[in-house]
Write a protein that binds this ligand. Structure first.
Ligand code: HEM
Length: 396
């Protein structure tokens, strides 16, 4: 999607343009999502016993697996619009689209998907989520959480409308891009036949990371360390008791990163921008990665150990009455001048994102190195049990 002839966006201004194709990416990312899983490598060396195939991740359940399953190495987001006619017709179109999405996703995620392109590599390990955008919800009077709304503009935003928003948002995740490409095509065909119009798509990836370890972003920092535990996710991320209990809200931001400009800082400067050490992710006030950053700790001279403009200070739940969001970001690489983070975070109420981003946009030491280029909000529907369709709660 990136036009290589296009000059680096003026938004970075004084910052170094992202022209250095040979930028050293400390995270060691690359073809991570395209390489065979370790089991496949073993098999290709002719080792004695092939490992048992990984089981399929069930599509059906009270909550959509795209939020609950462990984060997978590759993602693909798809946004669709529903043409505006009459409310009655549009509601019928939405029912049909949700029906086809449910059928396609549940079949593709099953242990035996019928498409031969999904049969050769064991189970697909596909996970997905489907959400509806605030504009569609308002237009059709859908039963969505009361806080579902578009985000306000933030200082420094340079959003591309063609890559933002949409009536329906789908996030696919899998171990490889092949699965995502095939399923995206099946979804696109079905959704189009049911009356939806494609709006934008976006691919992302994670580095190879040992199980249980935190993946790094393109700045080389571990990203996702301070995510909430299961109890906090119940408290802050899923809906309140009622029809939205098993739903949540996805806030998506496509954030371009000035990788070369950030890499030009000294290691100490980079650590103070974030408030954690890049190498091991330990907060500047701690000794282990999962220590809670102490944003009130001071140096003998009275200055904060985690600087006043550090990213983890300004995004700290302590400044937000303890409210937590679940971040499951991915990196993207759409050409030498367009790399960055697909910020994907789940929360009960998108106003939480607005509060945090208002602080980050104006004061974050990271702000000179990042630029928000696209944005979307979607109500992530509760899951569907077998025989039911995603979104049945929308009509109640
Ligand atoms: C390219 C942009 C961004 C980068 C590179 C980035 C990177 C990081 C890193 C390295 C951490 C520390 C490790 C961790 O706890 O995960 C972190 C924490 C965090 N970030 Fe970001 N971030 C970005 C954008 C955002 C945005 C837009 C928000 C929300 C508006 C956000 C919210 C948070 C939160 C809530 C934390 C955890 C704070 C804590 O509980 O200690 N980040 N981010």
């Amino acid at each position: 999607m990136q036009n290589p002839a296009q000059p680096a966006a003026p938004g970075f201004g004084r910052r170094r343009a992202l022209l250095a194709a040979g930028v050293v990416l400390a995270a060691g990312i690359g073809a991570a999502a395209d390489e065979p899983a370790s089991g496949d490598r073993t098999a290709s060396r002719g080792a004695a016993a092939a490992p048992p195939p990984a089981p399929a991740i069930p599509f059906h359940g009270a909550r959509q697996a795209g939020v609950t399953a462990p984060q997978q190495p590759a993602t693909h987001l798809l946004s669709f619009d529903l043409p505006q006619t009459s409310a009655t017709t549009d509601r019928e179109t939405l029912r049909n689209v949700l029906g086809t999405l449910t059928r396609t996703l549940s079949t593709a995620a099953s242990a035996a998907p019928p498409d031969p392109r999904l049969q050769d590599g064991g189970t697909t390990r596909l996970t997905s989520l489907v959400g509806v955008g605030p504009a569609l919800a308002a237009r059709l009077g859908l039963n969505v959480p009361p806080g579902l709304a578009e985000l306000p503009p933030f200082s420094g935003d340079r959003l591309d409308p063609a890559r933002s928003d949409g009536d329906l948002l789908i996030q696919l995740c899998a171990v490889d891009r092949w699965t995502l490409a095939v399923v995206a095509e099946l979804l696109g065909t079905g959704a189009h036949a049911a009356g939806a119009v494609p709006r934008w798509t976006q691919s992302g990836f994670l580095p190879h990371t040992a199980p249980g370890a935190t993946p790094r972003n393109l700045f080389g920092f571990k990203d996702g360390t301070a995510n909430p535990d299961d109890a906090s996710v119940e408290q802050w991320v899923w809906g309140l008791p009622g029809p939205h209990r098993n739903g949540t809200v996805l806030v998506y931001r496509r954030i371009r990163m000035d990788v070369a400009g950030f890499a030009a800082l000294t290691e100490g400067q980079r650590d103070r921008v974030i408030g954690r050490r890049g190498g091991d992710g330990v907060p500047l006030t701690g000794t282990a990665e999962h220590d809670d950053p102490d944003i009130y700790a001071k140096n003998p001279d009275g200055s904060y150990v985690i600087p006043a403009t550090a990213h983890v200070r300004l995004s700290s739940p302590r400044l937000d009455g303890g409210a937590r969001m679940l971040r499951r970001g991915y990196s993207y690489d759409d050409g030498p001048t367009d790399r960055g983070l697909l910020f994907c975070a789940f929360m009960r109420d998108p106003a939480q994102f607005t509060r945090v981003q208002n602080r980050l946009a104006t004061r974050d030491a990271l702000a000179p190195f990042v630029e928000h280029r696209a944005s979307a909000v979607a109500y992530v529907l509760p899951g569907a049990v077998p025989g039911r369709t995603l979104g049945e709660q929308l009509w109640t």
